[in-house]
Design a protein around this ligand. Structure first.
Ligand SMILES: NC(=O)c1ccc[n+]([C@@H]2O[C@H](COP(=O)([O-])OP(=O)(O)OC[C@H]3O[C@@H](n4cnc5c(N)ncnc54)[C@H](O)[C@@H]3O)[C@@H](O)[C@H]2O)c1
Length: 271
């Protein structure tokens, strides 16, 4: 499914859907964020890639530049207000504006509630909720002043359904689905706000606390795929990226407050 550059084979040539636009992507060094930052750039956007660590090899901004695009890497923890403010000001200072904010960085801890420490609970709340709260709050003055803007948030299929031993993750992702609707109501018609709800996507899944990658092997990949009701496989980051691109572009001009499920059919059945 992937080519030598590690891209999904459906990652095609850019069609200029984001020509002249500036985008910020959080969690841009891995998985869905990395694929989306690359796709945004291929579609003509200049991209600020924010991440708490330099995980990509090569770093995502360098990959974009090698592909002929323009990008800037911002190292920082996006659960921090100051980092979110820096993301927005960097986009404006470096690229002259900001049109699309993709709040994607997120985490989870696989434990039942009674097993969780306060530290683990706070870690998930801080990134999944405060990362979005601070990000949106930082960008709103700019979007309101210019009279337009587009926000996309990464929620999850687990924001729509429960999953065993995932209380903080499911709770925060469900909150993001309804926050998306709330923001769409409060800031339309100038600003559109949507979220994606991915199912199992084949990424490094830098989850748990302290954060560490949980790459999966072939057997786990196969088993995870078999649990997906209709398409019987895991998704690739690029398959989410194209949905984010749709929401971020004018092709979705009459879509707002929407939770776009990208899960291969995972949530359409009761097992
Ligand atoms: N992979 C899946 O199956 C799946 C399914 C549903 C939803 N999601 C959601 O998609 C998003 C991306 O997941 P992924 O699997 O692509 O991730 P990943 O684990 O591959 O990458 C996450 C990236 O976010 C960065 N990050 C972590 N904490 C950060 C912080 N505090 N500040 C800035 N950056 C930070 C990491 O360094 C990493 O580069 C998350 O919100 C996740 O909850 C993933």
């Amino acid at each position: 499914m992937t080519n030598n550059a590690g891209e999904h084979l459906r990652m095609g040539a850019g069609l200029g859907r984001l020509n002249g636009q500036v985008a910020v992507v959080t969690g841009a060094e891995s998985g869905i964020g990395r694929a989306t930052a690359r796709l945004f750039a291929r579609e003509g956007a200049r991209v600020v890639c924010a991440d708490v660590a330099e995980r990509g090899n090569p770093r995502t901004d360098r990959l974009i530049e090698a592909d002929g695009g323009e990008a800037h890497f911002l190292l920082g923890d996006v659960s921090q207000k100051a980092v979110c403010e820096e993301m927005v000001s960097t986009a404006i200072d470096r690229f002259g504006g900001l049109d699309v904010l993709y709040l994607n960085a997120g985490t989870g801890v696989r434990k039942k509630l009674h097993e969780m420490s306060d530290e683990e609970w706070d870690h998930v709340i801080n990134l999944n909720l405060y990362g979005v709260y601070h990000g949106v709050q930082a960008v709103l003055p700019h979007f309101m002043e210019q009279g337009h803007g587009n926000i996309v948030i990464t929620a999850s299929s687990f924001g729509l359904r429960a999953s065993p031993r995932y209380p903080s993750y499911s709770a925060t992702k469900a909150a993001l689905v309804n926050l998306t609707r709330q923001l769409a109501v409060d800031y339309g018609p100038e600003i559109r706000v949507n979220c994606v709800c991915p199912g199992p996507i084949d990424t490094n899944r830098i989850r748990e606390f302290p954060p560490r990658p949980r790459p999966i092997d072939e057997d786990q990949r196969y088993e995870a795929g078999q649990r997906v009701a209709a398409l019987h496989r895991m998704g690739q980051p690029e398959e989410v990226a194209y949905c984010v691109l749709f929401l971020a572009s004018e092709e979705s001009s009459f879509v707002t407050g929407h939770a776009l499920v990208v899960d291969g059919g995972q949530t359409i059945t009761v097992q």
